[in-house]
Design a protein around this ligand. Structure first.
Ligand code: HEC
Length: 115
């Protein structure tokens, strides 16, 4: 009984930050189309479209270990890109290519794939 409760508690802790409503498969295909060209399929930042950029695209596996990186921060990064911090990360919302719901799906995928 106690063991089962622990398992349930562990499961809840493990899944708490992940919003069940988000669509991880959709997030993945959006990531492949919009992010992987620079950040790479593995998140390491080795995508061809980013090869000539300075600074180079972030290693997302590393970035997501940083405790200041939250859902809100990722949302802001996808929306506004690097214009505030002088990098060439595109501002997807300004460009109109990724809306808020798509951004949420991508963020959901990022945590699953790269954290
Ligand atoms: C044109 C290339 C390019 C594309 C496409 C791109 N990025 Fe980036 N991204 C960058 C660059 C360049 C940086 C800046 C790296 C740095 O600051 O050292 C960056 C930084 C980031 C960071 C780190 C922010 C930080 O402060 O640590 C995140 C998270 C990120 N990108 C997510 C994404 C996501 C999600 C997508 C797809 C929706 C995406 N990027 C698409 C080039 C790109």
């Amino acid at each position: 009984m106690a063991k089962k409760l622990l398992l349930v508690a562990g499961f809840m802790l493990a899944t708490y930050p992940v919003q069940a409503a988000q669509n991880v498969e959709k997030g993945k295909s959006l990531y492949i189309n919009h992010c992987a060209p620079c950040h790479g399929l593995d998140g390491s930042g080795n995508g061809e479209a980013g090869a000539h950029l300075s600074p180079p695209p972030a290693d997302l596996r590393e970035a997501l270990q940083n405790s200041i990186i939250s859902d809100e921060y990722l949302m802001w990064t996808i929306r506004e890109g690097g214009q505030n911090v002088h990098t060439q990360m595109p501002a997807f919302e300004t460009e109109g290519t990724i809306d808020g719901n798509d951004a949420k799906d991508i963020i959901h995928y990022l945590w699953q794939a790269f954290k």
